[in-house]
Design a protein around this ligand. Sequence first.
Ligand SMILES: O=C(O)C1=C[C@@H](OP(=O)(O)O)[C@@H](O)[C@H](O)C1
Ligand SMILES: C=C(OP(=O)(O)O)C(=O)O
Length: 436
Amino acid sequence: MQELPQTLTVSGLKHCRGEVTLPGSKSIANRALLIAALADKPVVLKNLLRSDDTARMLEALNALGVEVEEVTPTQVVVHGCSGQWTTVPERLLLGNAGTAMRPLVAVLAATLTGKQSVTLDGDPRMRERPLGDLIDSLVERGAALDCLQNQGYPPLAVSSGLQAGDFTIDGSVSSQYVSALLMALPLLAEDSTLTLTGDVVSRPYIDLTIAMVGSFGITIKPISERQYAITGGQQYRSPGEYFIEGDASGASYWMAAAAIAGGPITIQGVGQHSIQGDIGFADVVQRMGATVEWGENSVTVSGSGALQPIDFDGNQIPDAAMTIVPLALFAKGRTSICNVANWRVKETDRLAAMATEARKFGATVEEGADYLIIDPPAVLKQATVDTYDDHRIAMCFALLGFSANGVNVNDPGCCKKTYPQFFNELSRLCHIDLLP
Ligand SMILES: O=C(O)C1=C[C@@H](OP(=O)(O)O)[C@@H](O)[C@H](O)C1
Ligand SMILES: C=C(OP(=O)(O)O)C(=O)O
């Protein structure tokens, strides 16, 4: 992969059309790697995303003694060890990968034995991303978790002691806590229940977890919308091969590009029946005026030349919902995105950052505790956007390259958290040399 410059000028984009094949989903890849490591036999993972977030999970598994054979960069064989780690490192460094940190806290609490203890840590932003509700839930059931700096935040030392039983988890900050428990509780010796409290966010990711552990032979029985029964002593079973769908959050940038510039763009790697909630972004572009056609494993989006503003509740698809911000800047009127309070605890405070950066183009933006209201300007100004080490901010505002005045994107390389080839693909689809 070519190094990206400190600042990349994205301008003069007119058309954006053709076909793009998505990299594998980050959310699916990191779940698949971890549960393959928990499986009884080797698992061939196909279409594995190679990015910062998956690199952190691969390093963690390697440090725990799990053998991962690389057949090709996107195809690996994970030698499942049923969670019986052959080495227990002192420390695991998980960067800013929520999909590594949260599940590993719970799975290690369920699988470590004896006096072993592992410190889970990440980069400076990860130390500001909350874990408190997950920690409380595990500690209440006997886990020994010790926050080494700030209560409720990494770094934290995890050791054994977790007991099956009745778990409760507040799901109003992150669904990743719920997913983490759903992956870990089947490993405990006895049966458990898991009760969700609070206004549960990002629900489709919980369903994704249940679907994926199901593919590895684990049964989670829903008792109600807010409660699950989890039989203890279950074994993750290798399905032999597991194919990782294309990244539906990544698809949102191409759907938006087609909606803005006309397209058509055919996005290969996810279809209508994707197990990822973010595929719902297709409804967003459709509501804003684009045409969406589904294939078995693809979606084709064409723009109509004018974008209608919308009011959108982003709670179910917080990652893809960010891509509404660039669309709103091109739309004919006021757009609102609500119910996204947890944007504040992701790669950066995304509510503040998206508002600040959108204003640079001349938009009027109201930033509420959990919403944005965006009034686009008559003419989009040229702007230099800061990206706050947030891949999605870089990819969202790159779409301002379709405006008459273009955009400069600072630190475009931060897209490597989930989509290292993003700017190469943008360049290719727009038939323009963006990269030096
Ligand atoms: O479970 C997952 O794979 C994810 C859940 C979401 O987080 P929250 O549940 O914290 O909203 C999402 O933003 C993140 O990128 C991936
Ligand atoms: C919030 C995100 O990542 P994480 O998995 O680190 O939470 C994201 O990818 O937008």
